[in-house]
Design a protein around this ligand. Sequence first.
Ligand code: COA
Length: 393
Amino acid sequence: MKIGIDKIGFYTPHLYVDMNDLAKARDVDPAKFTIGIGQEKMAIAPLTQDAVTLAANAALEIIDESDRQAIDFVIFGTETGVDHSKAAGVYVHHLLDLQPQTRTVEVKQACFGATAGIQMAKAHIALHPNSKVLVLASDIARYGLRTGGEATQGAGAVAIVMSKNPKIMAIEEPSAYLTEDVMDFWRPVYSEYAQVDGKLSNEMYLSFFEKIWEAYQQKTGLGIGDFSAICYHLPYTKMGLKALRMIYDQGTEVDKERLLENLEHSKIYNKNVGNIYTGSLYLSFLSLIEHQNNLRAGDRIGLFSYGSGAVGEFFAGILQPGYQEHLHAEQHQKLLSSRTEVSVEEYERIFAATLPKDGTAYQLDDQNDPAKIKLSGVSEHKRHYVNSLAVKM
Ligand code: COA
């Protein structure tokens, strides 16, 4: 039985800052951010958007009534969730009006969470072939103003419906994975901001890729020539090139050119959004299939997932006949092109704004946020969400 990605959607907030402006404000050569790091625009989440609303908005564009009835498992991958106890997916389950006989959990392992979700979904569907699983990958990357990681922030979510006989990509069974206890990136429970050893995180990412790629090849007998494209977790888009460079000489010149060309397509959304942590790999996959029109049904796409701390995995999928008809490229172009650019001063002001932490009631002004699902306020330590299309919470 084929199991895999039946639908895939994406959402990012309506605000961004231009990386050239950020570089100038930080007294850095803009080419460092746009070429050295490979980012053009950085999405900024207003207070009316959090990991819950981003995920719900991403899912809203793809699910229909039959999905609402068939989804019986919601897996929410995030490292910027809104509650230490309640799963963010429970809010999304309500906001999307999913049927109640559903299992809902939150999964955390830095940027790896959604990949765990995909694999759990696959196992669930293998046991229950008529089930569908909603996998959500949603994060707001915050390192802090004027920090080394500032240029690699971002905000957004990817929503994936997993099912049997998937319309977009069937995920193959073999997979190679690795865990090592490393302090390259973490966020203590008391901290708003991630702690990171940037250089170590780059090194660990590449070392994981090298080891896992080797293990994957041994397990499967597949080599670089068997892949039409490889998508990478992209904390910033240059990272993908660093990883691909490690292996592209293993194939022919034609293989190398193909993989390099497809890497360019797989970076377009990411360089305009920034790091969305656990959703970044899947945003890159979406960018590839919505921009590269010479891919064909039967093509194998590799996916490398890395979550600092650290867990990594390499697996692959096969594009399905007619997958192009189930994409929303125009909608995504519009989502990105209709955003509002903010100045660095405005970005700093938005970044500094926080919700009360003492239970004080606080009503947010959500008039300027065009999203369908928004955070409308907090009271008694409870978040209140609004879905302008339907349910009010
Ligand atoms: N023109 C073009 N490129 C330039 C440049 C210029 N004027 N100035 C610098 N660069 C290049 C550097 O050569 C380097 O390229 P390389 O990595 O291919 O060697 C790149 O820009 C980044 O420069 P560097 O000095 O390493 O940047 P940094 O010290 O600011 O750190 C990160 C960059 C990514 C480590 C930092 O932003 C960070 O910690 N981010 C969060 C963690 C993260 O994303 N980790 C990724 C793995 S999970």
